[in-house]
Design a protein around this ligand. Structure first.
Ligand code: ZN
Length: 376
């Protein structure tokens, strides 16, 4: 399901997954017609609904604040944040790169839960100060406890959740190898997930495991466990990709002498008869001897053949300003990630200011395909 953009905060787009609305609706209903009537049976229905909406809005803002805290630390370390999205199980800040040092990673991962815990304490303090057991007090207490739960849940050592990331950074500090640390953290995360699933199974059988003691609580735990398991397994898969890719260097995979086209050449002369022979052709487009952009078979195919005669390479190319040059020492996996983040198919390889080749996303994905790691 495609996420919907509802606005932006500190320049970061805020996205909502449609599935989230279902959970939000369910939560609202539970609060308005089950939870608040049970806590304050003497208040009217209208008041329960107002309380539910207020609590839901506060909780929504709290999740955004949690993700924003991750994002602010990431931005501080110069790591771009593509978006913050909210989905069924909460939120996620799409941080485009990994931290360069364990300490940065710890701060980045811990910032979110810390924000939740601080908000939780603030709401609880406000509740105590307000000294109210009426509707206002109940909403304050509810918001306080929800934020505390959010903070603690995210601190569970289940990679790729926040607590798991902190744990990975600690392992990273200890063993000095980022990928090995990811592997250890992901396996611990899987073990933890299966433990939660096991507890859920016991609870579903009616055994009191402390955090749940009935079928509904049991199913809920199993779902959370499966969610954590999937996340950890995906991280391990990603790791095998990274390890396979980094058996190569960019210079192994790049094309060192792509055909060069003058910027004023017509597409007709660059595409007709060429695409059939070389369906992955990729031109360096030059303007007065310097690289002006990259024009590949992909861009050529995007343009209807009827326009080939009148359009020039300059008009169809991906201009230099949009390209993200990589250096020959960039790891293959980082180059792929960078291209995926920027939505680019090619990147010029630049060594000390000199263009030495071009790397294509297709070429990198082919490595994974040949290793049987991806299909299609
Ligand atoms: Zn978080």
């Amino acid at each position: 399901m495609r996420s919907i953009r509802i606005g932006s905060l500190l320049g970061i787009p805020l996205l909502i997954n449609p599935g989230w609305f279902i959970i939000a609706g369910l939560t609202l209903w539970l609060l308005a017609f089950q939870f608040f009537p049970a806590v304050l049976p003497d208040s009217g229905r209208t008041l329960h609904i107002v309380m539910a909406v207020l609590s839901a809005v506060i909780f929504f803002a709290s999740i955004v604040a949690h993700e924003l805290a991750h994002s602010v630390v990431a931005k501080y370390y110069g790591i771009p944040v593509r978006s913050i999205s909210l989905f069924i199980f909460g939120g996620v800040a799409h941080i485009t790169r990994e931290a360069a040092r364990p300490f940065n990673e710890i701060l980045m991962a811990a910032a979110g839960p810390l924000m939740s815990l601080v908000l939780g304490v603030l709401f609880l303090v406000a509740w105590v100060i307000a000294d109210s057991s009426g509707p206002f007090g109940v909403v304050l207490a509810f918001s306080g406890f929800m934020n505390i739960i959010l903070g603690i849940f995210n601190l569970l050592p289940a990679f790729p959740m926040d607590g798991g990331r902190v744990f990975r950074a600690l392992v990273w500090l200890a063993v000095g190898d980022y990928n090995r640390a990811t592997s250890v953290a992901a396996w611990v995360g899987r073990g933890f997930a299966w433990f939660i699933i096991f507890l859920g199974g016991l609870a579903a059988l009616g055994i009191n495991v402390g955090i749940a003691s009935n079928v509904l609580g049991g199913i809920w735990l199993v779902l959370i466990g499966l969610f954590l398991e999937t996340g950890a397994r995906r991280s391990l898969t990603q790791l095998t990709y990274i390890e396979e890719l980094n058996r190569f260097s960019l210079t192994d995979l790049m094309i060192t002498d792509p055909p060069v086209a003058e910027a004023d050449r017509s597409l007709e002369s660059l595409a007709r008869g060429v695409l059939e022979i070389n369906p992955r052709v990729c031109y360096f487009v030059e303007d007065e001897g310097t690289l002006a952009g990259i024009l590949s078979a992909y861009e050529l195919r995007e343009i209807p053949e009827s326009l080939w005669q009148q359009m020039t390479a300059r008009e169809a190319m991906v201009p230099r300003e949009q390209l993200r040059p990589v250096s020959p020492s960039t790891s293959v996996s980082d180059a792929l990630l960078e291209m995926e983040n920027e939505g680019l198919l090619h990147a010029p390889v630049v060594d000390e200011g000199r263009v030495v080749g071009v790397i294509g996303r297709e070429r990198i994905v082919n490595v994974l395909r040949q290793a049987g790691l991806v299909t299609g």
